[in-house]
Design a protein around this ligand. Structure first.
Ligand code: CA2
Length: 149
């Protein structure tokens, strides 16, 4: 067991439930269930428990971040479009003390200019963009490295 039994929260924002079902040219063919399985396959053999969630509601994501203050050893978050709009999610993350990694499946910097600014990046300890759904696995690997000290 690592991280004193605390869990790694992997949080996903709006529309990511459609992953693998629409716009494969941007977001690929893997579903969110596939992403969850890939993250678990890395974390669980190393003794790291995952809580993997998705919501289309901003308040729900904020509530999960608050819960992570109690039992989270880190947060990997793809806030979806809330990345570019949500001061409230930034405020919640600022009240969380362990590592935060921001993941984007697409390279947001190659897309429309409104995707170039991220409120979450003002808090994130690391940002991954444009590595497809593999970005989640890379973030979990990095989290394991940090947690193992
Ligand atoms: O590239 C990313 O991961 C994004 O966070 C995805 C968001 C977008 O608003 C951000 O700018 C970048 C959109 C998530 C929508 O996901 C879908 C997946 C499949 C089909 C339709 C939407």
């Amino acid at each position: 067991m690592i991280a004193d039994g605390k869990r790694l929260y992997i949080l996903n924002g709006p529309n990511l439930n459609l992953l693998g079902k629409r716009q494969p040219e941007i977001y690929g063919r893997e579903t969110l269930a596939d992403v969850e399985a890939a993250c678990r396959a890395i974390a669980e053999p190393a003794g790291l428990t995952i809580r993997f969630e998705q919501s289309n509601a901003e308040h729900q994501i904020i509530d999960w971040i608050h819960e992570a203050r109690e039992d989270g050893c880190g947060i990997v978050i793809n806030p979806g479009a809330f990345t570019h709009t949500s001061v409230a999610i930034l405020d919640a993350l600022n009240a969380f003390e362990a590592p935060v990694f921001e993941v984007h499946i697409s390279n947001v910097h190659k897309r429309e200019s409104f995707r170039h600014h991220s409120f979450v990046s003002l808090r994130a300890d690391g940002v991954i963009a444009g590595f497809g759904t593999q970005g989640y696995a890379l973030a979990v690997e990095r989290m394991l490295t940090l947690l193992k000290g």
